[in-house]
Design a protein around this ligand. Structure first.
Ligand code: C2E
Ligand code: CA
Ligand code: CA
Ligand code: CA
Length: 280
């Protein structure tokens, strides 16, 4: 950048302006997304070592007529910043529960434990989060024990008492909790015992490096044996190959999610998978 001198600077400035405009456009578009029905959910299968369906993770998709598909990794942080995450989060919860109720009424395979929904820390921190979830459960008539709320590791470090209190209240309804992207945060393992957790989801960065990086292997192995002692399930995210699945199976991690099994799919295909209890 030094050598480019003035041009480099101009380019940088232009790029900055471009980014600001992009963000403004994104924010504006995001405000209309629910009303214009631009959101939908896809479902990524979670399977056991036999390949049977044990759950789905609901993942949000946004198609805007002019912007096209925008990744949740891009727009969720923006929604959090401008306070739209509450409305969006509630939309996700409602729609996931409504769909879950349809599947519940259809009859679920015995291996199937339910649907996971991602909860933003901002959403969870809201005063009325518990009553919102309870209201959604009551209106949709979904079996709460089929609901798995994915929270982040960071949430288990701040405001421990109030976070734990909310979780215990929801647990009374039978709702389950998973810690998403486990291993990437800084949460002391000691903290985990304060919360009514059911599952740790090992972050995909560890799975990606599993076959090449001895450190990742050690980390995953440690998480698995620790979880066993704490009576927690462990699910490996981002499993992309048979080799990865085999390594995981060898260290007793028997719950998987990733492209090797299936990408996130639309509701129709997710329904077919459930009927056949098989991912194809
Ligand atoms: P996440 O919760 O960690 O979700 C997993 C992401 O990994 C998803 O990306 C999924 O499509 C992707 N993935 C699954 N299997 C594989 C694999 O084998 N390899 C690779 N490379 N990737 C895989 P997606 O759908 O783009 O979501 C990105 C992030 O956006 C999510 O990460 C989550 O943090 C956030 N997100 C998505 N939907 C929601 C939502 O409804 N609410 C909130 N608060 N956040 C959401
Ligand atoms: Ca997740
Ligand atoms: Ca994750
Ligand atoms: Ca990989």
């Amino acid at each position: 950048a030094k050598k480019k001198g003035r041009n480099g600077f101009r380019f940088y400035r232009q790029e900055m302006l471009q980014q600001i405009t992009d963000l403004a456009i994104l924010e504006k578009a995001l405000h209309g997304a629910i009303h214009n029905e631009e959101f939908y959910l896809v479902y990524q299968p979670q399977v056991n070592k036999l390949g049977e369906l044990i759950g789905y993770e609901a993942l949000l998709r946004w198609y805007h007529p002019e912007l096209g598909f925008v990744s949740p990794a891009r727009f969720i942080p923006v929604a959090e910043e401008i306070g739209l995450i509450y409305e969006i989060g509630r939309w996700v919860l409602e729609n996931a529960c409504r769909q879950l109720k349809v599947w519940q009424d259809m009859g679920l395979p015995s291996s199937f434990e339910g649907v996971a929904v991602n909860i933003s820390p901002y959403q969870f921190a809201q005063e009325d989060f518990v009553s919102t979830v309870v209201a959604v459960i009551e209106t949709t008539q979904v079996d709460p024990s089929l609901l798995d709320l994915e929270i982040t590791e960071g949430m288990l470090v701040e405001n421990i008492a109030s976070v734990a209190e909310k979780m215990w209240r929801l647990k009374e309804y039978g709702i389950r909790f998973s810690v998403d992207d486990f291993g990437t945060g800084y949460s002391s393992l000691r903290y985990l015992q304060h919360f009514p957790l059911n599952q740790l989801k090992i972050d995909q960065t560890f799975i990606r490096d599993l076959s090449t990086d001895p450190n990742s292997h050690v980390i995953v192995n440690t998480i698995v044996s620790m979880a066993e002692h704490m009576n927690l399930s462990v699910l490996a995210e981002g499993v992309e190959s048979l080799v990865e699945k085999q390594i995981l199976e060898r260290i007793d991690c028997t719950r998987y999610q990733g492209y090797y099994f299936s990408k996130p799919v639309k509701v129709d295909l997710a329904t077919l998978y459930l009927k056949d209890n098989e991912v194809f």
